[in-house]
Unconditional design. Structure first.
Length: 276
């Protein structure tokens, strides 16, 4: 069951040797670049690179399958909602109308709309793998020390560290509550209808929220008793200096941002238009 948790898992390789701060900077810059552009070439390139990084980190499909399926569901739901609200947005963007399906009334499908929705869905599969990689290859304590190293106040850095540290614990508690509910006769497997599964999982979320609030209160009380925040500076048990690899990682992220800006100018906007 622990293989399904999204959180730090020790391993060897290039990604595990990088500083947490450099990985965070890379993730933020590349995510912003991919979310602002609609150039299919860049988005596909970053997406394929993310899959290659998964291979380098030796992360198996079983470890991330639940999250990927969850994100895929919301990506498809978002694409559907965008189409329902504005089925002609693609032809407005690209200035061409090539009808593939006549449909009914205002609902029809063009090549331009399909291409736009394809780019929209690609954005999820471009940024989400980077976020999962960051969570699974970055030790929370080492990440906090790296943030403090680049000037982030240690109180903020420690808060981020606690967030990353307790993500697997919250997931584990979710599965424990789910198993206890199933033992009481609540069916939450794929055999049950979708709406009943959603209602069943909502029944799990409420006790999970209360237990999380209780955990937050316990941790904050313990930190106050240990006079956390009394001093302006603090030492770190895990500390990692920036290396050449970290600097090159940040430089690569900046290069991707500049490529995005160049494509803005080249495409005369955010959208890559293959019909021109």
């Amino acid at each position: 069951m622990t293989n399904h948790f999204i959180g730090y898992q020790s391993g060897r390789g290039f990604l595990y040797q990088l500083s947490g701060a450099s990985k965070l900077i890379f993730f933020i810059l590349v995510s912003v670049a991919c979310m602002t552009t609609y150039d299919t070439r860049l988005i596909v390139l970053v997406g394929l690179s993310s899959l290659a990084l998964f291979k380098m980190a030796n992360i198996r499909w079983q470890q991330v399958s639940f999250v990927i399926k969850f994100i895929a569901f919301f990506a498809l739901l978002n694409v559907l909602m965008v189409y329902l609200f504005e089925p002609s947005y693609g032809e407005t963007i690209y200035g061409v109308k090539t009808v593939l399906w006549q449909g009914y009334g205002r609902f029809y499908l063009t090549s331009q709309e399909l291409f736009y929705l394809f780019n929209l869905a690609l954005k999820y599969f471009c940024t989400v793998p980077l976020a999962v990689l960051f969570l699974m290859t970055t030790h929370p304590s080492q990440f906090a020390s790296s943030l403090n190293q680049i000037g982030v106040p240690y109180k903020v850095a420690y808060a981020v560290s606690l967030t990353l540290r307790y993500i697997p614990d919250v997931q584990e508690e979710f599965y424990m509550i789910r198993m206890s509910q199933e033992a009481r006769g609540l069916e939450l497997s794929s055999k049950e209808k979708l709406m009943k599964r959603i209602k069943g999982n909502l029944q799990i979320v409420i006790p999970l929220i209360f237990s999380s609030l209780e955990r937050i209160d316990t941790v904050s009380t313990a930190m106050e008793l240990r006079r956390f925040g009394k001093n302006k500076k603090r030492t770190w048990y895990t500390y990692k200096n920036f290396t050449i690899a970290d600097i090159l990682t940040i430089v690569l992220a900046i290069v991707i941002v500049f490529i995005t800006l160049f494509l803005f100018k080249w495409n005369n906007g955010r959208f890559y238009n293959p019909w021109q």
